[in-house]
Ligand binder design. Structure first.
Ligand SMILES: Nc1ncnc2c1ncn2[C@@H]1O[C@H](COP(=O)(O)OP(=O)(O)O)[C@@H](O)[C@H]1O
Ligand SMILES: N[C@@H](CCOP(=O)(O)O)C(=O)O
Length: 313
């Protein structure tokens, strides 16, 4: 359940007077999601999603919110932020910073088809192109230094063989240099639960709160590691090829990216192995989420380490 801060119709009516989106018709809490409070808000003008940020502060939001506005202006399937009458996207309700966005069509899917993977790959490449001239900058908050710190916090709770694998992979990634690859703004968490699919089309990318500047190929690897792997963590070839063909048709991969691909797939798996290990062994105080299985991304990584054929383009 992701309504952490309750909002009533009485709370919302004065808030909506600061916007030009009509009268409140309906208000429904959204059960999905794990970090923020989300409501569907229906007004006489249409349907919107209201987010109350539970951890991010108002001053931390402009990079993400302006990025969403920039991408929406360029025709990317992302929710479009709605400005209030003071021309601000970020407002306040019940003690939380808020954002109102347009409601996107579609739903989260568990088992994508190759056609859907191709559409996600295509939209991801278009998003990378559209973000190329976005002026905001954000260092990756979940980069190598963070993986190393997370690993240090959990090594002693891990089985020795698993800890040894983690140490070896961190050493391999510390020796890697991805800075010469094409860089830009990446979503950095484009899992299935952060994409609404409207049939075979992308209805919308959501949850941009890990977006940052990094190698574009890192985003492709993160996306593929979730959309195109089997339950045992191996790559599903049909889905993976579809996603990569969809992406590469819009932004062809460079020779340097093709060379970096095996290590990048491992980096993307390591990112979520370490964050899930930390959530599992050291859940944050008061956190209301169920820890996701770290073992899944360990298996994804192990499959990548064992693989000999890496097809990118
Ligand atoms: N713009 C939107 N249009 C339609 N549904 C949305 C939109 N934004 C969020 N949702 C719905 O809210 C759910 C939770 O959103 P999400 O951003 O994942 O929350 P959290 O930040 O808590 O993880 C999504 O699974 C989706 O069903
Ligand atoms: N998609 C990730 C979750 C990302 O959020 P985090 O705050 O738990 O790092 C996953 O499935 O692990």
């Amino acid at each position: 359940m992701s309504v952490f801060t309750t909002v009533t119709a009485e709370d919302l009516q004065p808030f909506l007077k600061r916007y030009a989106i009509g009268q409140l018709v309906d208000l429904q809490g959204i059960a999905a999601g794990v970090t923020n409070t989300n409501y569907f808000v229906t007004t006489s003008h249409g349907r919107y999603v209201l987010t109350l940020f539970e951890t991010l502060k108002a001053e931390e939001l402009p990079f993400y919110v302006n990025l969403m506005a920039h991408l929406a202006q360029h025709g990317i399937a992302v929710a479009s932020p709605i400005a209030n009458l003071d021309d601000d996207y970020i407002d306040t309700l019940n003690g939380r910073p808020t954002l109102l966005v347009t409601c996107m069509p579609g739903r989260v899917i568990d088992t994508p088809t190759p056609v859907q993977c191709a559409q996600v790959g295509e939209m991801l490449a278009q998003m990378h192109r559209a973000a190329a001239h976005y002026h905001g900058r954000m260092a990756n908050p979940r980069g190598l230094a963070w993986w190393q710190a997370a690993a240090t916090a959990v090594y002693e709770r891990m089985a020795p063989a698993d800890a040894a694998l983690l140490r070896r992979e961190l050493a391999a990634q510390a020796a890697a240099d991805f800075t010469a690859l094409p860089q830009g703004v990446v979503h950095a968490d484009l899992f299935r639960d952060n994409v609404l699919m409207d049939g075979e089309q992308v209805g919308g990318f959501i949850d941009f709160y890990y977006a940052c500047n990094d190698a574009l190929l890192y985003d492709v690897a993160i996306t593929l590691n979730d959309w195109c792997v089997t339950v045992d963590g191996d790559i599903d070839t049909a889905r993976a090829r579809a996603l990569l063909v969809g992406y590469g048709a819009v932004r062809p991969f460079t020779a340097a990216e093709i060379a970096a691909w095996p290590l990048m797939l491992r980096a993307a798996a390591l990112r979520f192995w370490t964050s899930r290990l930390l959530d599992f062994h050291q859940p944050a105080a008061g956190e209301m989420t169920f820890a996701k299985d770290p073992g899944h991304f360990q298996r994804v990584l192990s499959h990548h380490l064992a693989r000999r054929d890496f097809w990118l383009a």
